[in-house]
Design a protein around this ligand. Structure first.
Ligand code: G3P
Length: 223
C-alpha cells in the first residue's frame, strides 16, 4: 500500500521524504489556501511540490464546467510528469475525466462518498478514486464500509483504477485500508507520525536501555 501525504506544506513533504516513507502527495484548494502567502502563491507551491516529491502529486482544478476543467487539467498536467489532475465527482467532472484520460493524463477523481460514484469514475478512466472516509464518519456513516464495497466492485469487474483512501483521521483508518487492500492512503502529517508508535514499544525500549546500563554503566556501545 502506498503512502501519500495530504498536504500543500513543502516542509512537511521534506520531513516525510526524510523518513523514507513518502510515495506521493495529494493537495486540494483548502490545503493550498493554508500554505499560500502573498509572496508564494499556488503556482510556486505546486511547482516545488512536484519537483521534490518522488511520486505522483494530485493537484485539483477549481472550475466546475467541463470545458474549463479540461483546460485547467491540461495546464496542471503540463507542470510535470508526476502531476495528477484532481477532478471532482460531478457529471461535468466525469466528462472531463474521460477527455483527459484519453490523452493519457492521470486523473484522481475526488469527493467520492459512495461506491457507485467510484465505479463511474473508474469507467470514465480515472487512475485513482478518492473516497473521503473521515467526512463520512463525521456525519455518522461508516466511511470504511464504502472502501470495502469499492474493493469488491473493482475486483468483480477487474478494474485497475486505484483506491486512494482520503480524509483519513487516525491510524485505524490506515489499518483498515491495508486489511481491505486499498492501493493508497493519503495522510495528514499527524497521522503519519503516529503510525510507528506503540506504548509497549516505548516501554520495551526503555527496559532494554535500562538493562544495558548494567553491562555498560556509561551507556557506551563497545563496538
Ligand atoms: O484531500 C482530500 C481529503 O483527504 C480531505 O480530508 O480532512 O479535509 O476531510 P479532510
Amino acid at each position: 500500500m502506498k503512502i501519500f501525504l495530504d498536504t500543500a506544506n513543502v516542509e512537511e513533504i521534506k520531513q516525510a521524504i526524510g523518513y523514507g516513507l513518502l510515495d506521493g502527495v495529494t493537495t486540494n484548494p483548502s490545503l493550498v489556501a493554508k500554505s499560500a502567502t502573498k509572496e508564494r502563491g499556488f503556482v510556486d507551491i505546486v511547482k516545488e511540490i512536484l519537483r521534490i516529491t518522488p511520486g505522483p502529486v494530485s493537484i485539483e482544478v477549481v472550475a466546475t464546467d467541463y470545458e474549463n476543467m479540461v483546460k485547467q487539467g491540461l495546464k496542471i498536467a503540463a507542470l510535470g510528469d508526476n502531476a495528477v489532475v484532481k477532478i471532482p465527482m460531478t457529471l461535468d467532472g466525469l466528462r472531463a475525466i474521460k477527455t483527459l484520460s484519453e490523452k493519457q493524463i492521470k486523473v484522481n477523481c475526488t469527493l467520492i462518498f459512495n461506491p457507485i460514484q467510484a465505479l463511474l469514475a473508474a469507467k470514465s478512466g480515472a487512475e485513482y478514486v478518492s473516497p473521503f472516509v473521515g467526512r463520512l464518519d463525521d456525519i455518522g456513516e461508516d466511511g470504511m464500509a464504502i472502501i470495502q464495497q469499492i474493493k469488491t466492485i473493482f475486483v468483480n469487474y477487474d478494474i485497475s483504477t486505484k483506491i486512494l483512501v482520503a480524509s483519513i483521521r487516525n491510524p485505524v483508518h490506515v489499518l483498515r485500508s491495508a486489511v481491505l487492500g486499498a492501493d493508497v492512503v493519503t495522510l495528514p502529517m499527524d497521522v503519519l507520525q503516529k503510525l510507528p508508535s506503540h506504548p509497549k514499544t516505548d516501554e520495551g525500549l526503555k527496559r532494554f536501555l535500562d538493562d544495558w546500563k548494567k553491562v555498560s554503566p556509561d551507556g557506551e556501545f563497545p563496538l
